[in-house]
Design a protein around this ligand. Structure first.
Ligand SMILES: [Zn+2]
Length: 569
């Protein structure tokens, strides 16, 4: 291993530790090295060992010591970075008038809201805000088979949690009479027809770009079939199709479905209606009659733009501007109901608020702040590049919000006993935050402590350790239980500085550590780690839902008196 690369590893470790409260991790540094020095990708094993050693020695330093070393050896790290252009806000809208912009978010109430919904809702509502306009939440509820009041309610709660100001709440199904009227108008004018072909034949003709026999029926025949759709036909036996273009390259335009029969009971309308508009038909009509001026959707709807415009042209109705952005999904955290639902049914995840999921409920429970989601989404803006965002990207925004507010507490996992002789005090007072004034807490102590198992492993007889906030201890015995003599203030250079918990008042909690749910296509069986840990009794005084930082572990959210959830480093 040449000296240059060791120096580079040391520099990166110091910089990363210094920027993150004094601690860094092997895998972060490995990632950085491989990112900047691709030639090392074939020598991962070799440099991993080196990185472990360097990271461990950097983590032993206090922040002040890290800063000193950076100033002496790597002053370039502290030089002001060139300002990275942060894309705050969204690009201006062409032709948008102040006070006259109307946007909307039309979720289907067929599942719990997730990060993808958050993006669509935030972008649309931000545009309304930017132009002093109006934002509509419209439940797109015209497929009674899948929709439930439970989801309807969850979507509203989710948007409120995100802090989105909603001017109007409505449901697409409020306008059923209008869909019937417009559907009939299209049938009467010959711009729509009723198709009674079998499903397979419809697909086949679409593939072969050929008209079916029904497309030649005259309006009279179509009107008779419409009557039958209301009573006689069974679901799937007849559909209303828009007369598009069976030869079109855009397959969406090949005489798409406008209305179909669904006999399932609707969650608010019951069995009042039997014929329901398709997604495209509903969106086209609703956006037009709701006065929507700008409709922003994720990119997978881009091919439907042509159809929505064509439907509105056929009805001589006003068309909104349609814009598109990339779909938001985190790597290893799928948002699809088809993936999540079976996981819940099989008991692989507990419920929609399981902290491994990308639902808003789950993100909230994990300790992600709504402001962080908003900032994160705004930073992505209107780009259309489809990439899977790493969850770290959201964490970086969240850290800015939780760092200032989270009090610091001690917590140890895989606890080991440590007896400290000659302690001169019976309590210590420790500030709750290293920088901000968050008060102090008094911790009663006796000679019996718990320290973390991982720290204990590195302790040898005769060495000194620093119990944070307390003082140095000289270790006299190692083994199943550790013993030491209190030294007090002393040299802290190059000695382990560790957190502790008094045995007498230790409060046991379960620590839930969510990890990535999928590795590629495969469910990660180790995606949930549960640790039995001890923390200070002060934990009991915190409110449920409060974010804390367990020193040298990371940010966590208090889920209950007996359970905390790891948010992120
Ligand atoms: Zn047909």
């Amino acid at each position: 291993m040449d000296e240059e690369i060791k120096k580079e590893i040391r520099k990166m470790s110091l910089q990363n530790a210094f920027e993150h409260g004094g601690q860094t991790q092997d895998k972060i540094i490995l990632g950085k090295i491989l990112g900047t020095k691709p030639e090392f990708r074939t020598k991962v094993k070799e440099i991993s060992g080196e990185i472990s050693e360097i990271v461990a020695s950097v983590n032993q330093l206090s922040i002040e010591e890290q800063q000193k070393e950076i100033e002496e050896n790597f002053p370039e790290v502290l030089a002001p970075k060139e300002k990275v252009e942060e894309r705050e806000g969204l690009p201006e809208l062409e032709g948008a008038e102040q006070g006259k912009v109307v946007t909307r978010f039309p979720p289907e109430p067929n599942g719990y809201p997730h990060i993808g919904h958050a993006k669509a809702a935030i972008i649309n509502s931000e545009y309304a805000k930017m132009y002093g306009g109006k934002f509509i939440l419209r439940m797109d509820d015209t497929n009674p088979e899948a929709e439930r009041m439970e989801y309807h309610a969850a979507i509203k709660v989710g948007l409120e949690w995100l802090g989105i100001k909603i001017d109007t709440v409505k449901s697409t199904s409020d306008d059923m009479e209008i869909f019937y009227e417009k559907g009939l108008e299209l049938i009467n004018s010959g711009k729509a027809y009723i198709c009674t072909c079998k499903r397979d034949d419809i697909s086949k003709f679409r593939r072969e770009r050929k008209d079916c026999k029904c497309s030649k029926d005259d309006p009279d025949k179509n009107l008779k079939n419409w009557e039958k759709m209301n009573q006689k036909f069974k679901p799937g036996e007849a559909i209303v199709r828009f007369r598009g273009d069976m030869k079109a390259d855009n397959a969406v335009m090949r005489d798409p479905v406008l209305m179909r029969i669904i006999e399932e009971k609707h969650y608010t309308l019951g069995d009042k209606y039997r014929i329901w508009p398709s997604y495209d038909f509903a969106v086209a009509i609703e956006d037009s009659i709701d006065g929507v001026t700008h409709a922003f959707r994720s990119k997978e709807f881009e091919l439907r733009k042509e159809l929505i415009d064509a439907i509105l042209d056929a009805l001589n109705m006003r068309k909104p501007y349609q814009g598109f952005f990339s779909r938001l999904e985190f790597k290893g955290m799928p948002i699809s109901k088809r993936v999540i639902k079976p996981l819940i049914e099989e008991g692989k995840v507990s419920w929609y608020d399981d902290p491994r999921l990308p639902t808003l409920e789950a993100l909230k429970r994990r300790g992600i702040k709504p402001e962080a989601i908003r900032k994160f989404v705004m930073s992505l803006g209107m780009t259309k590049a489809n990439t899977l965002a790493p969850f770290d990207a959201l964490e970086a925004f969240n850290r800015k919000f939780v760092d200032a507010e989270s009090i610091r507490l001690f917590m140890v996992s895989k606890a080991k006993k440590l007896v400290v002789k000659n302690l001169p005090m019976t309590f210590v007072e420790i500030p709750n935050h290293p920088v901000n004034d968050k008060g102090k807490r008094k911790i009663e102590i006796s000679e019996d402590f718990y320290i973390a198992g991982d720290d204990a492993e590195a302790i040898t007889e005769g060495m000194q350790i620093r119990l944070l906030g307390l003082g140095n201890v000289s270790i006299t015995k190692v083994g199943f239980e550790f013993e030491g003599e209190f030294v007090g203030e002393g040299d802290t250079t190059n000695i382990p500085k560790i957190q502790w918990v008094p045995q007498k008042t230790a409060h046991e909690i379960k620590m839930i550590v969510p990890k990535v749910l999928f590795n590629g296509e495969e469910f990660n069986e180790d995606s949930l780690e549960e640790l039995d840990v001890y923390t200070e009794p002060h934990y009991l005084q915190l409110k449920e839902g409060e974010e804390i930082q367990f020193v040298r572990f990371g940010y966590c959210r208090k889920d209950s008196h007996n359970q905390a959830i790891f948010t992120h480093k």
